[in-house]
Design a protein around this ligand. Structure first.
Ligand code: HEM
Length: 407
C-alpha cells in the first residue's frame, strides 16, 4: 500500500471538467433511448431519468474524498476484518465513511426473508448449472460488454485479470449461500465493499491516460451500465435455464430474482431501475443489454484469460477448446466469432445434439440414454466447471483501489 500513487501524478496533469459527465471522443455503441417504465420496477414509480446519467450520489463524493485525503490504505486495512453482515464496523473508520456504511448495509423494507430461504433452496438444487452459467454465460458475456470490459481493463484490477475474476466470482458465490443476507452471511459486506470500489473507479478511471481514447462517457459505471451487467448475470442465467427446459417452480424462479434484486439495491442501484419481475427484466435487458454487445481488444484479452482458467487445474476435461465450445453453444456463433473462438469439430456438434437430452435425463424427464458416454462427459464437465468458477471465490478480499492499471 506504499506504492507511489499514480492517481496523484495523473491528477497533477489535469483536473476533471466541471461537466464531468459529458461524452468524450469515442466511437458510440448502440445506446437506445431509455423508455423502460419505472412502473415495472421494485419501487413501482420513478422520475424516468435515463440511468446513463445517474451514478452514486452518496458513495461517489465520499470515496473521492477518501482518496484525496489519503485515507484509503487505512480504510482497506480496517475493512479487512469486516467480513460478516452482522459484524459491527471496525473502530477507527473515518466518521463520514462509517455513517455511509451504516446506512448502506441496511436491507430495504421490501427484503423478504421467506423468498431468500427459497432462493437458497434453488441455489442448492441448481448449483451446478449456476456455477457454469455464471462462469461461461455471464463471465464470457462481460467480455463483449464494451464499457465493462474497458473499465475493468484500464482499472487497477485489469493488470491481474485472474484475481479480478475471482473477486467477481465471490459475489456470485455469496449470493447463493444459505445466509447470504443474514447476520452470519457475507453478501451485504461484499455488496457494500463493491459499492465503494465502484465509487473509487468512477473517480480514478477518468484520470487514466487511456480513458479519453476509449471511453464513451467520462465517468464510468453509470446506473444504466450497472443494470446492463446485472442482466448479464441473473437475467441471462434464467433465460438459459428456461431455454434448456430445466424445470423451475414459479416460487423458486421468483425467489432467485429476489436475491438478485436485493444485490442490485445493496450495490447502490436505485429501486426505480430494478425490475420487479422476470417479464420486466427481460424487457429491460432487450433494451439495454442486447444492443450494446460488441467486441473490443480489451474484452478479447479478458476472454482469453477466462478461457484459459481451467488449464492449470484440469485433467483435460476443461481445456480451452471445451470451454470455447461451451461459450459458442451458450452465447452463439456471433459472439464466439467476435471472441475468435475456433470451431470445435467434435464438441460443437456434440453440444448441439446431446445437451438437450442430457439436461432432460439429469432432470428425470427422459430415461437414461442408450449411449451414456456423453451423459457422463457432460456431467463431469458441469461438476468441474462449477467447482472451478465458484472455488475461485473463497479467500478473496475486496479492497478499494488507489490507482488505475499501472502502465
Ligand atoms: C469491481 C461486481 C457492475 C467495473 C467489482 C467488484 C465486484 C463487482 C464484486 C469487486 C472486485 C474487485 O475489486 O475487483 C459487479 C456487479 C455489477 C458490476 C455485480 C453489476 C450488477 C460494473 C460495471 C462496470 C464495473 C457496470 C463498468 C462499466 C468494475 C471495475 C472494478 C469493479 C472497473 C474494479 C476493478 C479493480 O480495479 O480492482 N465489481 N460490478 N462493474 N467493477 Fe463491478
Amino acid at each position: 500500500m506504499d506504492r507511489p500513487s499514480r492517481r496523484n501524478i495523473l491528477k497533477a496533469g489535469g483536473a476533471l471538467g466541471a461537466l464531468g459527465a459529458l461524452s468524450v471522443a469515442a466511437p458510440a455503441y448502440a445506446q437506445v433511448p431509455w423508455t423502460w417504465s419505472a412502473k415495472g420496477s421494485v419501487a413501482g414509480t420513478g422520475a424516468g431519468t435515463d440511468p446513463r446519467w445517474v451514478w452514486d450520489e452518496e458513495a461517489d463524493p465520499l470515496v473521492a474524498s477518501l482518496l484525496d485525503r489519503g485515507d484509503v490504505p487505512m480504510v482497506n486495512q480496517l475493512l479487512r476484518t469486516w467480513t460478516k453482515n452482522g459484524q459491527p464496523l471496525p473502530a477507527g473508520l473515518p466518521a463520514d465513511l462509517r455513517d455511509f456504511m451504516e446506512r448502506a448495509r441496511q436491507l430495504p423494507t421490501w427484503a423478504d426473508q421467506g423468498k431468500l430461504a427459497t432462493a437458497f433452496r434453488f441455489n442448492e438444487k441448481r448449483g451446478l448449472y449456476l456455477g457454469v452459467l455464471y462462469g461461461l454465460a455471464s463471465g464470457m458475456m462481460s467480455t463483449v460488454i464494451p464499457k465493462e470490459a474497458r473499465a475493468v481493463y484500464y482499472s487497477q484490477g485489469g493488470a491481474d485479470m485472474k484475481d479480478r475474476i475471482s473477486k467477481t466470482a465471490k459475489l456470485g458465490y455469496d449470493v447463493g449461500t444459505r445466509n447470504a443476507y443474514q447476520p452470519d452471511g457475507e453478501m451485504i459486506v461484499t455488496c457494500v465493499k463493491t459499492r465503494l470500489v465502484h465509487a473509487a473507479v468512477r473517480h480514478l478511471l477518468p484520470q487514466s491516460p487511456h480513458w479519453p481514447e476509449v471511453a464513451e462517457e467520462e465517468i464510468p459505471i453509470s446506473q444504466r451500465d450497472m443494470m446492463v451487467t446485472w442482466h448479464s448475470l441473473p437475467t441471462t442465467v434464467m433465460q438459459k435455464l428456461t431455454a434448456w427446459k430445466v424445470p423451475i417452480p414459479a416460487g423458486e424462479s421468483e425467489a432467485f430474482l429476489h436475491s438478485w434484486q436485493l444485490a442490485a439495491h445493496m450495490l447502490g442501484i436505485k429501486d426505480e431501475y430494478i425490475p420487479a419481475s422476470w417479464a420486466e427484466a427481460n424487457a429491460q435487458a432487450k433494451q439495454v443489454l442486447d444492443p450494446v454487445l460488441a467486441p473490443t481488444a480489451e474484452g478479447n484479452k479478458l476472454a482469453d484469460i477466462l478461457l484459459n482458467l481451467g488449464s492449470p487445474v484440469d485433467a483435460g476435461i476443461l481445456s480451452k477448446p471445451i470451454l470455447g465450445a461451451f461459450t459458442r453453444f451458450m452465447l452463439g456463433d456471433q459472439i464466439a466469432g467476435w471472441l475468435k473462438i475456433p470451431r470445435e469439430p467434435i464438441w460443437d456438434p456434440l453440444l448441439k445434439v446431446a445437451w438437450g437430452p442430457f439436461i432432460a435425463v439429469r432432470e428425470g424427464l427422459l430415461p437414461f440414454p442408450l449411449a451414456p458416454e456423453a451423459y457422463w462427459l457432460f456431467d463431469e464437465f458441469l461438476r468441474k466447471a462449477a467447482l472451478l468458477f465458484l472455488s475461485e471465490a473463497r479467500p478473496i478480499k475486496i479492497e478499494i483501489p488507489e490507482t488505475n492499471r499501472p502502465s
